[in-house]
Design a protein around this ligand. Sequence first.
Ligand SMILES: *Cc1c(COP(=O)(O)O)cnc(C)c1O
Length: 393
Amino acid sequence: MSTPSIPFIDLQKQREVLGAPLEDAILAAVRAGKYILGPEVKELEAQLAKRSGVKHAITCANGTESLALVLMAKGVKPGDAVFVPSFTFIATAEVVAWLGATPVFVDVTEEDFNIDPNSLKVALSFAKSEGLKPVGIVAVDLFGRPAKYDQINAFAAENDLWVMADAAQSYGGSNKDGSVGSLAETTATSFFPAKPLGCYGDGGAVFTDSDELAQKFQSLRVHGKGTDKYDNVLIGMNSRLDTVQAAVLLQKLSIFDEEIRKRQTAAEYYNAQLSDVVKTPDINPDIQSAWAQYTLCLESKEQREQVMAFCKDKGVPTMIYYPTPLSSQTAYKHYPCAPGGVPVSDRLSDTVMSLPMHPYLETDVQDYIVETLRDALAESASSTSLKAAATAS
Ligand SMILES: *Cc1c(COP(=O)(O)O)cnc(C)c1O
């Protein structure tokens, strides 16, 4: 029997669902000729702000620069310490280093893969003892699930720190206090194609209720412009969203709520079929994840290798997000880390594995994935017990 071809993320199915209106919208933007900051960009920003429940959404060129725009607006500089989780995508810490500031790595919890408030506390004392000036926290909503903003915001307020949400994976998510975009003073997101809300290239946005910060973002994304672009009041950059990408995102927004519901259904189905044999992600009724990824924790690196090889053989794609904590990366390992290190991040990097996740996962495909994974786990268990028996004899 030939192995099926299962996509890890199915953007072609989504394109078919959106159909001709999507292609028409792209062509209309091309024909209208307002390629930079055209009317679709303004319309998108208005819709994003409204659905997130914040005053301002300002788009930019990509998710990495959305993070940088916030740090620049906050005046982050050498000598400043910014707390970031060690278990995340590299961009979270990269932008801090760009500005010459010091990323301080904090551990995460097994429960939600996000910043551990206890690790944050010890990291803060440590940064101060190293002579750094703690200024802010970048909380990441890894795999789509909002971080513990009630605790993080309270801790930040007590210690005179700002909080930025790195919501590159969580746009479309929410918690009992509101939608992603409104859960921290500033929120940065990405419209990279594989994110829950993705365009057909690079894109990003920042969200805030602050008029002052919004004005800075508008200026910084166009070379620090003042009254016009040849009046430069800040040291800025060029980071704008293309009008064509805004046209794509407006179409995708029309089905986005439905897509988040479908991702939730797919996640619940996986959990129901798998939680008796492997550690499945926590589903909390108070927290809506955007389900950028559906991530399992296996028992060991060896078991993960065996399971992934078995799945690959059967045509089930799996991915590791992320194989190395940032605090162990070559370019970053000299930066400070919470005292005691980041044992949870280290363990997760060795044991996590993500399964195909997108809104168009059919039940029969999911059944095949589940069955394959259950077989893979059973085989790895029997090979482990064989090995144990061999060592014992
Ligand atoms: C994707 C991602 C980014 C960067 O977004 P780009 O649009 O690729 O620059 C930043 N942080 C996290 C957590 C991400 O997943």
